[in-house]
Design a protein around this ligand. Sequence first.
Ligand code: TLP
Length: 344
Amino acid sequence: MEYIDLRSDTVTKPTPEMREAMAEAEVGDDVYMDDPTVNKLQEIAAEMLGKEGSLFVPSGTMGNLLALLVHCQRGDEVIVGDKSHIYMNEAGGMSALGGIHPHPVMNQADGTFLLDDILASIQTEDVHHTITRLVCLENTQNVCGGVVLSVEYTRAVGKIARENDLSLHIDGARIFNAAAALDVSVKELVEPADSVMFCLSKGLAAPVGSMLVGTKKFIKRARHLRKMLGGGMRQAGVLAAAGLISLEKMTGRLGQDHARAKNLFEGLKQVQGLKLDASPSSNMVYFDLGDEVKLSVDQIMEQMKKRGVLVDWAGPRRFRLVTHYWVDDEGVAKTLKAFGEVLK
Ligand code: TLP
């Protein structure tokens, strides 16, 4: 069966154009920095984000970890959202591998931190305290609903970071979705950040890979640490070739995914028993099951699958649906029909 897969935008398979480019990619040994396709991808990514350099990494998780390892020494502290991917979903890599201490700050419903909460979290100089080095924002903020942090908010956090001698890292796994939703250039959106990680392998539809961007000095150190973690890839140009198409062809179409998420949201509002979050600002639709629904999330997932739609839970009574390149209007209609049948 051909499934409509709404579990995540990580499920996106490469487009036929990507597969062709991958087959024909010019390659070399990237540990020697000899792979022309990787080099080109890194140049274009740095240019698009307005930073000096960039590094192709196997995953978003590794990109974020490298950023933390470069910005912080063992025992240093990092201000992170209590609902951030770095804090919740990266297996505690910063502590396990970097000896870095997370200082969680509450993510508001709109994905932001209160600026006063950031200020209050910065450790004072005291022999008892850690040294605060870094603030991490996530844009779009996944768990808060794929919500978008604005240019102004990012600038305000950047200002606090500079004034307090901290660095600012953005987990921008979906930063191109954020820029599309705001209708600004990604360069403008990340201008206040010292480093940014973004994923090619999510809404941009590449099969593998993320980019870490920052100063030349930052990237040089990140390259060293990437090797240490076993992420020095060889003929990675076959992957970078798909990433180039992501940057050239996929960034401009994300608004379509956002429009389909809105259509999904409007349709699901008509289905009895679903309590929807606020209207989506990017490509994610979150909702809870009402008390009147007797089915469990697992039973609903199973029944949806029988109807050709894959969905994933986001809590014991909660779902997240994510639109992407491979979900068209027909896919949205099929999903709404299936939910209507399962919950009738
Ligand atoms: N997110 C995945 C899951 O891990 C939850 C998803 O399906 O949304 N930052 C953010 C904001 C992310 O959402 C993710 C992946 C990552 C980092 C990590 O990227 P990968 O999976 O490439 O390590």
